[in-house]
Ligand binder design. Structure first.
Ligand code: FE2
Length: 397
């Protein structure tokens, strides 16, 4: 097997990663991909699904953890297990197999994770500060819980899995890569506003890609944690004073009181990345789970959730963002997919050996093991540097 030769071929994996640059093989070498599956994806906590995907005893959902076909199933005792999706008799892949080897399974506020390692950190230890993604999403529900809206979009991108994760908190790219989409939406938004006095909020979700320029993205901040997790602050201003939002705030006041409601709705998060497999947009109840298929093929599952107890209009807002920004049909996602493919093509060429992650390198601020970007440096490549730092640690373990 190729990966067995990696320690001989590349005895010191750390020489592939410097603080502000990475060798291109990290994205293109199939042997390194195999080792990543073994040492990262098949070891750490990987998101399997939400408990509402398996509401009744006997319900199951199949999922990939690293290279392993797994099945998340609710047993007759009501407990959720994650099992290898393999018949114990002659080994064919089956659904509904109640026997087999359970992976470690833990659940945080309804979000189910599995780890194929026998021991290690608990899920909460692993998540650390990044668990704010689930707190923020669930707290926004007057009922304190969310439920999944079946089914997800599935997209296969022709590039390495790390390119997807690096894109998620890259605050530099939106106003460049998505500018044409944003400008077109802004033109229509202005016309509607002229004709009717008010444009629908959904246009703002797209036009923000043109109106939020690089200097505004720089006002945001990234917080980078051990394990490779990162948070991007800076909410896109989706707390308007329209009747739907005001009605929702009333329901929240009833559930939590005014002070707590303000705390909940005031949480300033745009994106939380939980390395190595999850990207969460909690204020809009979206998440994307990464399932690497090969060194140059990556599946993403794109899910959205309903806030239990919130008015229908607030769900419609989440659905609009899901369809307009995160779905495979939108121009925003198409812009990114094209770039992922182009990056992978470039990295596979002999045109250069290093990928630079140097933007605002040397200006990060370290605080108790957490690295935050300096003032007006929201577009720093600190999240990518943080992910590669975690990658090196995992790969050497
Ligand atoms: Fe993008």
């Amino acid at each position: 097997m190729l990966h067995e030769r990696i320690p001989d071929r590349i005895p010191d994996l750390s020489r592939l990663v410097e603080p502000d640059r990475v060798r291109r093989e990290v994205y293109t070498d199939p042997g390194i991909f195999d080792l990543e599956m073994q040492r990262i994806h098949e070891r750490v906590w990987i998101y399997c699904g939400h408990e509402s995907q398996v509401p009744k005893a006997g319900d199951y959902f199949t999922v990939q953890v690293g290279r392993q076909p797994m099945i998340m199933v609710r047993g007759s005792d009501g407990k959720i297990s994650v099992l290898y999706n393999r018949c114990p008799h002659r080994g064919n892949m089956i659904c509904g197999d109640r026997q087999g080897n359970a992976a470690r399974v833990e659940n945080y506020r309804g979000f189910v994770f599995a780890s194929l390692a026998k021991d290690g950190d608990t899920l909460e230890e692993f998540l650390g500060e990044s668990k704010v993604a689930f707190d923020d999403m669930c707290d926004r529900a007057p009922g304190g819980e969310v439920e999944v809206v079946p089914n997800c979009f599935r997209v296969i991108q022709h590039s390495n899995w790390k390119l997807f994760l690096e894109n998620q908190l890259d605050a530099l790219h939106p106003s460049v890569v998505h500018q044409s989409t944003g400008r077109a939406a802004h033109e229509v938004e202005k016309q509607i506003e002229k004709q009717t006095g008010k444009a629908p909020l959904s246009y703002h979700m797209l036009s923000a890609f043109a109106t939020v320029t690089i200097d505004k993205w720089d006002n945001f901040q990234t917080l980078n944690y051990p394990h490779g997790h990162c948070i991007l602050t800076g909410y896109m201003g989706l707390r308007p004073k329209d009747p739907d939002t005001l009605a929702y705030e009333k329901v929240m006041h009833k559930a939590y009181g005014k002070k707590r409601t303000e705390e909940i709705l005031g949480v300033n998060i745009h994106h939380v990345l939980i390395y190595p497999g999850l990207s969460v947009q909690s204020p809009l109840q979206q998440l994307r789970a990464v399932r690497p298929l090969g060194v140059d093929r990556t599946l993403t599952e794109i899910w959205h959730f309903r806030l239990k107890g919130a008015p229908e209009a607030i769900y419609r807002r989440s659905l609009a963002y899901y369809n307009l920004v995160n779905s495979p049909a939108t121009l925003i996602n198409a812009d990114d997919l094209e770039n992922f493919w182009k990056c992978h093509q470039g990295l596979s060429s002999d045109g250069g050996d290093w990928v630079s992650l140097g933007r605002h390198f040397g200006r990060d601020i370290e605080k108790n093991g957490m690295v935050e970007t300096g003032p007006n440096m929201g577009t720093s490549e600190a999240p990518m540097r943080n992910q590669m730092k975690a990658w090196t640690k995992y790969m050497q373990a």
